[in-house]
Design a protein around this ligand. Structure first.
Ligand code: HEC
Ligand code: HEC
Length: 303
């Protein structure tokens, strides 16, 4: 009996040792990713300051979802505090107390929004720059013009942080990262933005963010990385399982503005962020509709 207990004791000890080693490994592996500096050259965008550009920058800031995270007055907020991920705290972008506004150069703004990197070259946590890498020089310039024009708001908050569970997830699951800079093709040639118009090409430019949930092909399905309480994303192509073939353009615009679908159900804004998309102009929503209609018809769930 004593011998059995001794071996059990040794087994438990070895196991505990391996777990500690594993956790130390997770810590150092995630730490080296969190502190990695990206070598992205200084940007030379000319930032406008005329009222029209600032107004357009505000429009983009609203419909691209920046406002939903950074707040109506750009004051920032605790967006999510969940032990499974960490503290997602969107920065105060103004020049008020706790804001980053006074310290940022034009090049810093560009590198932050387009590449997801801090002035020291390390990657921001959670800030979804993967969606904004494709913004044209003109649109990005206008957004920065708007941010720089914002009145100061005092709002001091701690920085964002990744929980240990978040570190484990990011270390063990290949497709999960909370550092968007890891996914951005920093050295690739700048994509050429399409001309503004009611065209599928311009619609595609406006819908970078939809793919996160509706999938690369837009055919929908269960959204990877979201809690199981989330509904799957519907098929937005006109393929099998999609309701869109029964929609008119006016139905689509109405759904994106009010959340109300032609069947009478409401799109829940906590899952489907129409409260940001509602700010798109009629022509922008028409371009998105033209893009959806032009997509290959793919059956539901082939993300
Ligand atoms: C899902 C929420 C979310 C959205 C959408 C979002 N951000 Fe952020 N943003 C964040 C978080 C969180 C941080 C802080 C990251 C950190 O602390 O590492 C951040 C950081 C930033 C920074 C760097 C500020 C600093 O602390 O140095 C800028 C600039 C910025 N965001 C601008 C934008 C703009 C412009 C848009 C839209 C085009 C946008 N953000 C959309 C969450 C978001
Ligand atoms: C954060 C995830 C997310 C993003 C981003 C997102 N959607 Fe959705 N979308 C959903 C979910 C989930 C539903 C189902 C919502 C419900 O049933 O309440 C939905 C429903 C819809 C519907 C209704 C379809 C139907 O058959 O009823 C349309 C249309 C739609 N989304 C269009 C878009 C467009 C266009 C974009 C980008 C501009 C977009 N969505 C971005 C998650 C998302």
């Amino acid at each position: 009996m004593k011998r059995v207990l001794k071996w059990v004791g040794i087994g438990v000890g070895v196991l505990a040792g391996l777990i500690v080693l594993g956790l130390v490994g997770v810590y150092f592996s995630s730490q080296s990713r969190l502190t990695k500096a990206y070598d992205v050259p200084q940007a030379s965008l000319v930032i406008p300051s005329d009222p029209e550009s600032i107004e357009n920058g505000k429009h983009i800031f609203q419909f691209r979802g920046c406002e939903a995270c950074h707040g109506e007055n750009l004051e920032g907020k605790v967006y999510l505090d969940d032990p499974a991920v960490g503290k997602v705290i969107s920065s105060n972008l103004t020049t008020g107390a706790g804001g980053v506004g006074s310290a940022m150069t034009d090049s810093d703004w560009v590198r932050a929004i387009r590449h997801g990197i801090r002035p020291d070259g390390t990657g921001y946590l959670f800030m979804p720059s993967t969606e904004f890498f494709y913004l044209s020089d003109e649109d990005l310039g206008d957004v920065i013009a708007y941010i720089k024009s914002a009145p100061p708001v005092d709002n001091e908050m701690p920085p964002s942080s990744l929980s240990f569970v978040g570190r484990i997830l990011m270390t063990l699951v290949k497709d999960i990262t909370f550092i968007p800079a890891e996914l951005i093709p920093h050295d690739a040639a700048r994509p050429t933005p399409p001309e503004v118009g009611i065209t599928p090409e311009y619609g595609a430019y406006l819908t970078q963010s939809c793919h996160v949930c509706h999938g690369l092909t837009m055919s929908g399905g269960v959204i990877p990385g979201m809690p199981s309480s989330w509904p799957p994303a519907p098929n937005l192509t006109f393929g099998a399982g999609s309701t869109l073939p029964t929609w008119t353009e006016a139905d689509f615009i109405n759904a994106m503005r009010t959340g109300l679908t032609p069947s009478g159900s409401m799109l829940r804004s906590e899952f489907m962020p129409w409260t940001s998309y509602q700010f798109m102009s009629d022509n922008e929503l028409k371009a998105v509709w033209a893009y959806l209609q032009a997509l290959p018809e793919i059956p539901y769930g082939n993300r």
